[in-house]
Design a protein around this ligand. Structure first.
Ligand code: NAD
Ligand code: TYD
Length: 342
């Protein structure tokens, strides 16, 4: 199979390229990426010179470039997105452009080429806050921030190409993902790299928001199973059951790094904060998917990777990331509170 992987230089995309070329050594990958602040050629450097791999520097909104990259491909897996909630609250425009218009361009290109399998990678955030129970794929979509709303728009547009044009589209809705090469704006790499530098860990609100953190290898395996075995037109949740709140997450990271609890700081909450996500992934499990990593293993492996790969994250944190960090955190940290001992 020859697969066009868009958004391939980001966190999950680059891990997916690695997954495919390891698990399916006869496959070919065309990796396309705009290389925004979140895209990093270093994430894919190990494949330079591999005859099974080809990189295209392009925007998914560029119809001509997408058409050229898709020519000769059997499958498309789209990871390309503006992916961070806090940035979407600051400036939603790029989210609508890439996460909705970009999908239209990809689907139009897929119509004119003989693409047999298409996966649009979406998120559990499209369900919005889930106060109790677990969301199945038929649960109501109720996104509450510009990121999740744009992802919901993008996946619905992709699915409309299945019903309107018979395009073999499938959608995955993944839970929070952790592991190597995650840009240090998401909570786990922010906390790990800050802790390593003995900087404060900024915890939103009271630190009670709950997430299900899944190792990126498990997420990639789920997406790949959907690509190869999913029914066209179907949606698949990809998530683990274990729930952890932000204070517990921070505490675990500090313990792994042997750093003091005093680094935890409660700061003003994220606007529209979804306090809980939870997925029922039994549909994907019925295809044979099971997560391999327990939460503690996934977190320990992730922390270890950041400890061993400082040369990957230090240049990112000292560059343009600094301006974002100041804008998002500086004033809130100046008015922060400690976490009381429990
Ligand atoms: P990321 O921000 O690390 O990577 C996104 C990649 O897309 C980057 O390489 C970026 O350069 C590229 N990109 C952005 N705009 C582009 C455009 N217009 N054209 C081409 N490339 C473009 O994100 P990630 O965490 O790897 O997430 C990948 C996908 O998985 C996203 O669609 C996201 O919504 C989804 N997802 C992420 C998580 C998570 O926890 N990280 C969970 C569920 C779903
Ligand atoms: P995040 O990694 O942004 O993912 P999501 O898109 O699921 O919100 O945040 C995960 C959780 O961690 C969420 O409840 C918000 C919280 N959080 C903090 O408390 N501090 C931070 O600096 C960040 C980035 C997130």
């Amino acid at each position: 199979m020859r697969i066009l992987v868009t958004g391939a230089a980001g966190f999950i995309g680059s891990n997916y390229v690695r997954y495919v070329l390891t698990e399916h050594p006869m496959d070919r990958v065309v990796a396309l990426d705009k290389l925004t602040y979140a895209g990093n050629p270093a994430n894919l450097a190990e494949f330079d010179g591999d005859p099974r791999y080809h990189f295209v520097h392009a925007d998914i909104c560029d119809a001509e470039a997408v058409g050229e990259a898709l020519a000769g491909c059997d499958a498309l897996v789209n990871f390309a997105a503006e992916s961070h909630v806090d940035r979407s609250v600051m400036d939603p425009a790029a989210f609508v452009k890439t996460n909705v218009e970009g999908i239209r361009v990809l689907m139009e290109a897929a119509r004119t080429h003989d693409v047999r399998r298409i996966v649009q990678v979406s998120t559990d955030e499209v369900y919005g806050h889930v106060p109790i129970g677990a969301a199945g794929e038929d649960a109501r979509l109720a996104p509450r921030n510009p990121y999740s709303a744009s992802k919901a728009g993008g996946e619905l547009l992709a699915l409309s190409y299945f019903t309107s044009f018979d395009l073999p589209v499938m959608v995955t809705r993944g839970a929070n993902t952790i592991g190597p090469y995650q840009y240090p704006e998401k909570v786990v790499p922010v906390f790990v790299t800050n802790a390593m530098e003995s900087e404060p860990l900024p915890i939103y609100g009271e630190g009670t928001a709950v997430r299900n953190y899944m190792h990126v290898a498990d997420h990639c395996a789920g997406i790949d199973l959907v690509l190869r075995s999913g029914e066209p037109g179907a949606i698949f949740n990809v998530g683990v059951e274990f729930e952890v709140n932000t204070v517990t997450l921070a505490t675990s990271i500090l313990e792994l790094l042997e750093k003091p609890r005093s680094l935890m700081r409660l700061i003003a909450d994220r606007p529209g904060h979804d306090y809980r996500y939870s997925l029922d992934s039994s549909r994907l499990e019925s295809l044979g998917w099971q997560p391999r990593y327990a939460f503690a293993e996934a977190l320990a492996a992730t922390v270890n990777w950041y400890v061993e790969n400082e040369e990957w994250w230090r240049p990112i944190k000292s560059g343009s990331f600094r301006a974002y960090y100041e804008r998002n955190y500086a004033a809130r940290l100046a008015n922060s509170r400690p976490v009381e001992a429990t």
